[in-house]
Design a protein around this ligand. Structure first.
Ligand code: ATP
Ligand code: MG
Length: 219
């Protein structure tokens, strides 16, 4: 392959990457929300977009299924903790898009501070088991981690867990489910990730793109 393959995920990351692509002169020619195509063409013959799950972006870039991609710090940090490092991934830019935070939330009637102080075991449901494990280990809080793949908010409401570790942006979803944010773990934004081999072999194609992205980042 002589061209560039960029891995993106649907939703916020795709939408917020479009202006950066535009700054590099790249227009995506189909809408992933309506198209059934997994590979989207652009106005550049040499640049194509592959649509993958948010949590699969680092994997595609790491193993060269894509030359570069955009991934949340949540996904990158979780994968790095699980793998003991971010092998083969170069992270040149914080794109400052898709901003949110990873937080601990509980039902409003659960006294989290008291449970922590008493040294109680707390059941925590999350898809971020590595981030959660490290956070609670650092605090010396005993937790039973319950791995979920979606709708974390449901766990405290059904008695599956006392707490969740999940992404929060406006807090609207938590409020709608009568949950409260009791602790912030880390601030999240999306990063540009580049395959380390591609960075050398496709430097002439990648460098201008990385530079154009860098100049278009909104503080
Ligand atoms: P998957 O399908 O892989 O499990 P997902 O559907 O949970 O992923 P999305 O909710 O589409 O993933 O989120 C993708 C990325 O967008 C997250 O990893 C995060 O970095 C960012 N993100 C998610 N929710 C928000 C939000 N509310 N505000 C800002 N950014 C967010
Ligand atoms: Mg999704």
């Amino acid at each position: 392959m002589t061209g560039l393959t960029l891995a993106l995920s649907k939703g916020r990351i795709f939408e917020e990457t479009l202006p950066l692509l535009r700054a590099a002169g790249i227009e995506v020619l189909e809408d992933p929300e309506t198209s059934r195509k997994l590979i989207l063409p652009t106005n550049h013959d040499g640049v194509r977009i592959v649509m993958v799950r948010a949590s699969d972006v680092p994997t595609y870039v790491q193993y060269g299924g894509a030359d570069l991609g955009v991934a949340g710090r949540d996904v990158l940090h979780e994968q790095a903790l699980a793998q003991g490092g971010s092998h083969g991934l170069y992270q040149p830019l914080d794109l400052k898009i898709a901003r949110c935070r990873v937080s601990v939330a509980t039902r409003a009637d659960f006294d989290y501070a008291a449970a922590v102080k008493q040294g109680s075991r707390i059941r925590v449901a999350t898809k971020y088991t590595e981030i959660a494990r490290q956070h609670f280990a650092d605090k010396g809080v005993h937790v039973d981690l319950i791995k979920l793949y979606g709708s974390m908010e449901l766990a405290p409401l059904t008695g599956l867990a006392e707490a969740i570790v999940d992404l929060v942006s406006t807090g609207g979803t938590l409020r709608a489910n009568k949950l409260v944010e009791v602790e912030q773990i880390m601030d999240i934004s999306s990063r540009l990730v580049v395959n380390q081999a591609a960075l050398k072999l496709k430097r002439d194609l990648l460098r201008p793109l990385i530079d154009a992205f860098a100049s278009a980042i909104q503080p």
